[in-house]
Design a protein around this ligand. Structure first.
Ligand code: NAG
Ligand code: NAG
Ligand code: NAG
Ligand code: NAG
Ligand code: NAG
Ligand code: NAG
Length: 937
């Protein structure tokens, strides 16, 4: 019994492993780029929460495995905790039927008696109370990462990793928990390079999630992270257990330098009340000249108030300032100095219970306006020092822009008129405001005023005039005169951008052309792109309609997007599409990708499945359009659209270049993506052609080309020898001249009459070899166009010579085929003429024939489809033929079933007992035994 269970478990484990990697569980995709996160399971293309369970649906031909339940469970791999899919049979959990003849209803696992309700629970079982924790308000946390962390890091052999923080590197993190995701931001000592990785660990230092932060050499593509010297990102979809760890302050964060863990810093993630209002931060390091503070550090959480009397509030989390004998009520001194080292304030606080890793002191005080202004310019120095040894136990740091990775964005919407635009800005490492404002619909007009103003108070103060930076539709710039009067409304979402014309008056607002309120947004994923994109209105939508989109591809090759719309009134649900082209050219093949549905004006998400290589290549070097379409309109009306030119895709996501760097269009991925996904499109003479298309070259009318698997093959037509009594002429656009004839071969408007043949036209009297896609020009057939006043006709005849007709009697008369066209082809003209043998082409033709006769696709081999009415066992990659399921192809529809294992089958068939019905047969045997024991038969 136990044996049997193991066998079944192994089988499903293999199935699950297969499905975990690829979209179709049956196809063993060679693509290994799918990286799933440690804290969640991937099943097929679905992401499953840790702790969730479901009944697997493998898709056709196997479909739902009703007697199986899969779970996403934690497993320990050395120091890592990873989520794994585990599937097991649930058949033995079926309740004992109460009647003699229970029946198995389709779609059920357990047999039921007539009249009994089925007891299947087909829905995914999601861990309870998920909703309870999805708080609307984000929660703020912070961590101090020093060499004095209470966390003991261990290597894979469970030995503690010595953490000699010789260089006194300190880091501080801020964490915002928002809709199941944990956004993180860090400041790290200037002397340290950018860390390579980030880990979230439990109190036993088991790694729960690991995120790569930098590319080789510690570089980062992000404009924001580069300009602010912050480390930013997000851990998405925290499982419930880990959300609890966070809430209980039992989650730790570890920064790792070097690919082989050369150096690590860790710290506990905790809540501090001051974080809710933080406006500035400080990273505090041992002061120059201190010697006995190895690995110590601190962080300041600061906010100011400018209403009524200017004041400042400082909270400091720190360690390393205590002597070994200082164990109770130890005083420390907090100092705030201006740039001339003149103290603005100096206060003593008592630490009642000094701790090795985290201590907290706080103070609030009134300061002068000028001092407050120095604060915003990073010129104030915060120190905290031991009172017993103030010179050797001292931490110091500048007051800087808040650690949280944040930017501020808005759409600019006109009160009337059609001036729209967008604005986004952030504070850089020096505390300067870096702003970018795009204004659309002004033409050559210039706005008379671009201004930032605080609309939170009744007075509505104009704070910053940036009109002079306007140039050609943009106002880009950096503003260093930043005061708390700007910072406060900026962070609280009360700062407005207004674009105005003429004598603008803020109170009246008559001349406002467009305005918008800046909203703080956390920087990660999509919003880590260099710049957002303006979506312009396309069709008949209100002139105030406008959109903003951030699009970014991360190092894992996932696409992230964040779309915000405004001014559309109250439309129904809208669809967001990304349409990718290799370039702008007629016939260019489009890869569309549905990103999602906008309901409330905003869509923020990521593609769960990794982008295909071809998509990534097009995003990187091609053209993409972002389109907002109206779901309800019949014609898929595009409301807003934007051209995305060359989104930056990390080099690691792009196909590798060949040695000679010769990356031609047809060359790239020729044998995988291109063929499978574009049907092998060809680019020729400035436009695209689909696979199997043929066309006359635009440059040479005698050249006919065909596109096959992305390869272009062109053939040049031979012109027949002419012997014309009345001379000859060449009609424009034709390949061969024709004899001048006196019959009525012209239309009334004097254009020559023409025949249609094989998608091409030929002038009256033209003689030509028909062109066959498979083989090129058939030089054994001559066709002639006869275009008389009443009708046009193409007559084709086989040439009867040694080469074309070895079995004919030579010389003989032409075997007239007198064929007008049948469909596109001369009747029978090429049935017997295949001079070149092309095995791949023939296999393809054969496959197409089977499919056209009601065959079914073979997911493992598109060239070997199943014939109509064929009965077969499906082939599962890495398992081989799966004999326990029988499929039948019926007029293009695959139906699969697992045989019902009846008692008779078990009694009769040894094979049934040993293979597919093993478990059922064992059950029957048990039942028999029991019944015999009870004397029933
Ligand atoms: C990063 O910042 C430095 C200086 O601030 C600049 O020279 C460099 O070009 C920036 N790199 C990126 C990728 O933005
Ligand atoms: C702690 O020890 C130092 C010497 O290491 C001594 O100077 C100091 O007075 C002691 N402080 C207390 C509070 O005992
Ligand atoms: C302003 O900045 C944006 C985004 O960085 C850039 O695309 C645009 O060209 C800039 N405009 C001007 C006039 O410099
Ligand atoms: C703005 O007002 C000033 C006086 O207040 C006036 O001289 C000027 O003509 C006005 N400009 C416009 C464009 O109305
Ligand atoms: C709308 O367009 C998308 C792609 O752009 C396409 O996939 C979808 O089928 C279209 N829907 C309708 C109703 O035409
Ligand atoms: C056109 O065809 C009709 C028969 O369909 C025939 O009677 C007539 O003579 C033809 N006209 C010419 C000009 O060939």
């Amino acid at each position: 019994m136990a044996m049997a269970a193991t066998v079944v478990l192994t089988l499903f484990a293999i199935l699950a492993a297969v499905t975990a990697r690829s979209k179709s569980p049956l196809i063993d995709e060679a693509d290994t780029r799918m990286v799933n996160k440690a804290a969640e399971c991937v099943f097929g293309s679905q992401i499953k929460d840790l702790g969730s369970s479901w009944i697997p649906d493998l898709g056709p031909p196997i479909n739902v495995l009703y007697c199986t339940r899969c779970e996403c469970v934690k497993t320990q791999r050395k120091k890592r905790i990873v989520a794994r899919v585990q599937c097991r049979s649930i058949k033995e959990e079926c309740p004992e039927p109460t009647c003699a003849e229970p029946k198995l209803e389709p779609g059920n696992c357990c047999k039921t008696c007539p009249g009994e309700p089925s007891n299947e629970a087909l829905q995914d079982i999601i861990p309870k109370n998920v909703a309870e924790e999805e708080e609307k308000n984000s929660k703020h946390y912070a961590a101090l990462l020093t060499g004095r962390s209470s966390l003991v890091l261990r290597n894979d052999d469970n030995k503690p990793i010595p953490n000699d923080n010789k260089n006194n590197v300190v880091a501080t993190g801020r964490f915002n928990f928002h809709r199941r995701s944990l956004y993180y931001s860090f400041y790290i000592s200037d002397r340290a390079a950018r860390p390579y990785r980030l880990q979230f660990v439990d109190p036993d230092a088991n790694i729960l999630e690991e995120i790569t932060l930098s590319e080789a050499g510690g570089s980062v593509n992000s404009v924001y992270q580069n300009a602010t010297r912050k480390v930013c990102g997000v851990w998405k979809r925290l499982p419930r257990d880990y959300r609890r760890l966070l809430k209980d302050e039992r989650l730790f964060v570890v920064l790792v330098w070097g690919a082989t863990n050369e150096f690590m810093l860790s710290g506990q993630i905790k809540r501090y009340a001051a974080l809710d209002t933080e406006l500035f931060s400080s990273l505090m390091e041992p002061a120059p000249g201190t010697t006995s503070m190895q690995g110590a550090g601190g962080t300041g959480i600061i906010y100011t108030s400018t209403s009524l009397t200017p004041s400042i509030h400082v909270a400091i989390v720190f360690n390393g300032l205590f002597e070994a004998n200082e164990t109770k009520d130890v005083p420390v001194e907090i100092t705030l100095m201006d740039e001339r080292k003149i103290p603005i304030l100096k206060e003593i606080r008592i630490v009642s219970k000094p701790a090795l890793d985290l201590n907290l002191v706080e103070l609030s005080t009134v300061v002068s306006g000028p001092d407050l202004r120095s604060l915003t310019r990073g010129r104030l120095l915060l120190t905290v020092a031991s009172l017993s040894r103030p010179h050797s136990l001292k931490l110091v740091g500048n007051i800087m822009t808040k650690t949280t990775c944040e930017l501020f964005q808005t759409l600019l919407v006109p009160p009337q008129g059609d001036t729209t635009g967008l604005a986004w800005m952030y504070l850089n490492n020096e505390g300067y405001l870096v702003y970018n404002i795009q204004i659309d619909g002004l033409g050559h007009q210039k706005p008379d005023l671009i201004v930032l103003s605080d609309m939170s108070t009744k007075r509505k103060v104009e704070l910053l005039d940036i009109t002079s930076s306007y140039h050609n539709g943009w106002a880009n710039g950096t503003q260093d005169k930043i005061t708390p009067k700007i910072i406060e409304p900026l962070y609280s979402g009360n700062l407005w951008v207004s674009v105005a014309k003429g004598n603008y008056s803020m109170t009246k607002g008559n001349f406002t052309m467009a305005k918008g309120k800046l909203v703080p947004k956390l920087v990660a994923d999509a919003r880590d792109a260099p710049a957002p994109i303006l979506l312009r209105r396309e069709s008949n939508v209100p002139s105030s309609a406008v959109g903003l989109a951030w699009i970014n591809v991360d190092n894992m090759c996932n696409l992230h997007y964040d779309v915000t719309l405004s001014g559309l009134g109250h439309p129904g649900p809208l669809d967001v599409y990304l349409e990718m082209l290799p370039m702008i050219a007629p016939g260019a093949p489009v890869i569309p990708r549905h990103l999602g549905e906008i309901v409330g004006g905003n869509l923020d998400g990521s593609t769960n499945d990794i982008l295909r290589r071809e998509e990534l290549r097009r995003l990187d070097s091609g053209v993409a359009f972002l389109k907002i379409k109206d779901k309800s309109s019949r014609h898929n009306l595009t409301l807003l659209a934007a051209t995305l030119k060359q989104i930056k895709v990390p080099a690691t996501c792009l196909p590798q270049l060949t040695d000679d760097n010769n990356v031609g269009l047809s060359h790239l991925d020729a044998n995988e993506d291109n063929m499978a996904q574009n049907g092998g499109d060809c680019f020729h003479g400035g436009r695209f052609y689909t696979d199997e298309a043929s066309w006359t070259s635009a440059l040479n009318p005698c050249e006919i080309c065909v596109c096959r698997n992305g390869q272009i093959k062109c053939d040049t037509a031979k012109c027949p020898p002419l012997n014309c009594p009345n001379g000859q002429r060449l009609h424009p656009g034709d390949c061969c001249p024709v004899c001048i004839d006196n019959d009525d071969s012209f239309n009334d408007d004097n254009t020559p009459r023409r025949c249609q043949f094989g998608g091409r036209t030929y002038g009256h009297g033209a003689r030509f070899h028909p062109y066959l896609i498979q083989t090129g020009f058939d030089e054994c057939i001559w066709c002639t166009c006869k275009a008389t006043r009443n009708e046009t006709e193409v007559q084709c005849a086989r040439i009867q010579n040694e080469k074309c007709c070895p079995t004919c009697n030579h010389p003989a008369v032409v075997d007239s085929m007198n064929g007008s066209m049948i469909g596109d082809r001369p009747r029978d003209a090429f049935a017997h003429h295949r001079p070149h043998h092309d095995p791949i082409q023939e296999t393809k033709l054969r496959a197409a024939k089977i499919m056209s006769e009601g065959g079914c696709e073979n997911p493992n081999d598109s060239l070997q489809p199943y014939k109509n009415q064929q009965v077969y066992h499906p082939v599962i990659a890495s398992l081989g033929e799966y004999k326990c399921v029988t499929c039948k192809c019926d007029k293009g529809v695959t139906k699969c079933e697992r045989p019902q294992c009846t008692r008779e089958m078990c009694d009769k068939s040894r094979k049934a007992r040993r293979v597919c019905c093993k478990r059922d047969c064992i059950r029957y045997r048990h039942k028999n035994k029991n019944q015999r024991a009870k004397g029933i038969r």
